[in-house]
Design a protein around this ligand. Structure first.
Ligand code: FAD
Length: 515
């Protein structure tokens, strides 16, 4: 049977695969899966949110459970060239969840448990399948138990395994660290096909390898995520600044304050100083009833402005005056343009699902399905003033057709035993250029936007900025070595321990399959 599959890989004859139902059935039988293998409808696994790359797999595996996944990986290891990619929700930008003529395991089709558990060492946690969406986790935990994970991403149609393989960053990261700092145990299928439970104290090398490991060391089939009581409501506030240094000082002071002295969520973004409906002033108000009074912008303002975005949790029993006082106390110390402050109150779930509305609008207008050459990076605090001058005020002064997020994070909240690589500074900024634009010819073709990303990276290198790509994409070993810096040797050693034949996550293009 292995020879049969290899012949198919070599011949790249997917047409005949589709038609050969009898042989497909025999492969499934040979593998003895509870789930199924699909050789026909593989097109979705050749696409991702980025829409820039496309690589068709040999087959899509709908594994029922971790045992199925282990069988698939073992099967691939007995072949000479098969690779296996876990596909979460395919929200990568550069084909990271694809397997060119390999096997794609569709993690969404696995039975993704979401089970809230009791008090483990004094804290509550939820066990979730690697293919569960964060939105599913949110709804289950809040609606049934009034509990919630502590650390989120902005958008929740991402899988638990997909974000844990990167980091998982949002406005709570300054306090609790990324999502990778908020899991206590994982069940993983390694590149050898072993099912291993790991944590800080059990098989810890695998645990820390997998967190932020770009899918290189194992497929996460279960994660134990820490929970906290869920608030009922959130006050969501945006405040506008003219100068980057004032915006940055206020944002940094908020993220370094202790818990009672700050907001529960701190983010920020750059926008264009114009009436452009997507990139400019209209992108700031939080409610259609609010309007942006541009006469309040000082004449000295440059081509871009800055918006600090914060949120405070509260409970239904809290008096409105108590919430007002708490907000006034925190906001009173900040130096934004007084008249350019916007706020709304909404439910906690409504707040965490806030990007859903943008998704629905983007789907309706067709820009959700157009290419998204996004660029995400971490930049040291010491280089942010120059980054602002050279990148935001020059290269990106007309915007990117979507949010340009920029907000500070604390290195101390990240565990340096994981595979994630960060700049050296104690404070660094996430810069996320979330490009949304209608398909060509209405807007520049994707390759021009990719070239602009290249220009930004080149600018960072030429000016000696201390930065790392988040959700990195490189194609040569030299670039990956550079990316990992002094963590490269460890990364390679971990690969040799847990996936010595380089079967897993070939779409990251870090290692090549060996025999
Ligand atoms: P996929 O794209 O399917 O997979 C990503 C990589 O992880 C692949 O290499 C894949 O093989 C591997 N992988 C997938 N599942 C597993 C598993 N179970 N075990 C091991 N490896 C696995 N990121 C943030 O940090 N914060 C944000 O706020 C944020 N917002 C986003 C909003 C949008 C609209 C989009 C498109 C992306 C956003 N991201 C954000 C990025 C997101 O975290 C990554 O793209 C993540 O990889 C997507 O998860 P996914 O489930 O779609 O993974």
């Amino acid at each position: 049977m292995i020879a049969y599959l290899e012949r198919l890989v070599h011949e790249n004859d997917t047409e005949s695969i589709q038609n050969d139902n009898e042989d497909n059935a025999s492969v499934c039988k040979g593998l003895d899966l509870q789930g199924s293998i699909d050789y026909g409808s593989t097109g979705f696994a050749a696409k991702d949110f980025g829409g820039i790359q496309s690589h068709k797999p040999l087959a899509v595996v709908r594994a029922a459970d971790a045992d199925d996944i282990a069988r698939v990986v073992k099967f691939a290891s007995r072949s000479t060239n098969l690779t296996v990619a876990a596909r979460g929700n395919g929200h990568s930008i550069n084909g990271q969840a694809m397997a060119d003529r390999g096997l794609v395991v569709d993690m969404r089709s696995t039975d993704n448990i979401i089970e809230v558990k009791g008090f483990y060492g004094g804290s509550t946690y939820v066990d979730v399948g690697g293919g569960a969406l964060w939105e599913e986790v949110l709804k289950r935990c809040v609606l049934e138990f009034d509990l919630a994970p502590r650390s989120w991403t902005d958008y929740l149609d991402l899988t638990v395994g997909g974000t844990l393989s990167n980091a998982g960053v949002s406005g709570q990261t300054f306090r609790y660290g990324p999502q990778t700092s908020n899991v206590t145990e994982l069940e993983v299928v390694t590149g050898k096909g072993d099912i291993v439970v790991c944590s800080e104290t059990q098989n810890y090398e695998l645990f820390f390898s997998v967190l932020g490991g770009l899918g290189q060391f194992g497929i996460i089939t279960r994660a134990r995520v820490m929970l906290q009581p869920a608030p009922d409501m959130v006050r969501w506030i945006r405040m506008v600044y003219t100068e980057f240094d004032e915006f940055a000082k206020d944002a940094e002071s908020l993220v370094t304050q202790s818990e009672g002295d700050s907001f529960d969520y701190v983010e920020g973004f750059v926008f264009v100083n114009s009436d452009d409906p997507v990139n400019g002033w209209p992108s700031v108000p939080l409610d259609p009833d609010q309007s942006f009074d541009s006469t309040r912008i000082p004449r000295s303002a440059g081509p871009v402005l800055y918006c600090l975005e914060v949120a405070l949790h509260y409970r239904n029993v809290d008096q409105p005056s108590t919430v007002d006082m708490a907000v006034d106390r925190l906001v009173g110390r900040l130096r934004f343009i007084e008249e350019l402050r916007f706020q709304v109150d909404l439910s906690y779930m409504g707040f965490l699902l806030r990007v859903k509305h943008a998704e629905q609008e983007a789907k309706a207008s067709g820009i959700w399905d157009a290419p998204h050459p996004w660029l995400n990076m971490f930049v040291s605090k010491k280089d942010m003033a120059s980054f602002d001058r050279l990148v935001f005020k020059e290269i990106l002064k007309h915007g990117v057709g979507g949010p340009m997020l920029v907000y500070p994070l604390l290195r101390s909240k990240w565990d340096n035993r994981t595979s994630v690589v960060l700049p050296d500074d104690d404070i660094f900024y996430i810069v996320a250029l979330l490009r949304f634009s209608p398909p060509h010819p209405e807007r520049p073709p994707a390759k021009e936007l990719v070239a602009q990303n290249g220009e930004i990276i080149k600018c960072c290198i030429e000016n000696g900025f201390d930065f790392k790509l988040y959700l990195p994409h490189y194609t040569t070993e030299e670039e990956w070595k550079q990316h990992f810096g002094n963590q490269w040797t460890t990364f390679v050693e971990r690969k040799l321990s847990f996936d010595p034949m380089a079967i897993l996550a070939p779409g990251q293009k870090i290692f090549s399959r060996t025999r």
